[in-house]
Design a protein around this ligand. Sequence first.
Ligand code: ATP
Ligand code: MG
Length: 256
Amino acid sequence: MSEKVVMKQITKSFSVNGEKLEVLQAIDLEIKSGEFIVIVGHSGCGKSTLLKIIAGLETQDSGSCEMDGKAITKPGFDRGMIFQEHRLLPWLSIEKNVALSLEAYDKAERAIQVEKYLDLVKLSDFKQAYPAQLSGGMSQRAAIARAMAPNPDILLLDEPFGALDAMTKIELQDEVKALHQKEKSTMIMVTHDIEEAVYLADRIVVMAANPGRIRDIVTINLGKERDRGSIDFTIYRKKIYDYFFESKVKEPEYVI
Ligand SMILES: Nc1ncnc2c1ncn2[C@@H]1O[C@H](COP(=O)(O)OP(=O)(O)OP(=O)(O)O)[C@@H](O)[C@H]1O
Ligand SMILES: [Mg+2]
C-alpha cells in the first residue's frame, strides 16, 4: 500500500471573539491507500477541522496536506464527504440527489452509477422517493450513495451514524465495511463511538484537545471479520476507552 494522504506539521487556528483559538497543532499523519482510519477525540478537539482540511473545505495555517503527492487546495470529486446529518436536498428525489455528485458523467453513465450505488445501499425501491419520505438510516444510506457514486479515492465520514439508533447504526457499519472492502477506497471516519472505531478501523487516531493534536495511533490487529464480543475486541475497546476515561475496574495486566 502506498501513501494516499500525507499531512506534515499542520497547524490551524480560528479567531473567536477577537481571540486566537489554536485548534490543531503539529499534526503529522500518513494514510495509506485503501486504509480505514478512524479518528476519535473529545468534542472540540479539531476532528471535523482535520477532515475539512483533507476535503479542501478548510486551509491549514502552516504545514502541508498532500494527496497522491499533490497539495490539497480545494474540494474535488476525488474526495467524498458524509456528514452527521444527511444534507440531501429536500426538493429532489433520491436518485436526483445521488446524480448531483455525477456532473462530470454523461447522461447514460450517470444513470448507471445512480442505479449501482442505490442498489449497493439497498435503496433501489426508493429512487423516486423524496428525503422527507425516508427514515434516518435510509437518508444516511442515500448520502453514502451520493458520496460514493463518483468513485472517490477517499471517503471522509464525519460522525455519519451519530444520529441513528443502535440497530440501524450496526447495520450501516456493516454496509460501510462491505463497501470499503468492495470499492477499495480509502476511508477516514470521525466517531465518538469507541466500539464503532474498533469494529471498523485498521488504525485509530486518538486525539487530545486544547490544542487538538495526535496523542497516539493504535493499529487494530483483528483481521477483517470482527466479533464485538470477543476478548481481543474487548481489550482494544478498553485500551481506547482508557485514553479518555479513568478506568474504575482493576483488572489484570493486559498486553496487545
Ligand atoms: N469556522 C470556524 N470559526 C471559528 N471557530 C471554529 C470554526 N470551525 C471550528 N471552530 C472551532 O474549532 C474547534 C474545533 O472544532 P471542530 O469542529 O473541528 O471539533 P470536533 O473535534 O469536530 O468537535 P465535535 O466532536 O463536537 O464535532 C472548536 O472549538 C470550534 O469552536
Ligand atoms: Mg466534529
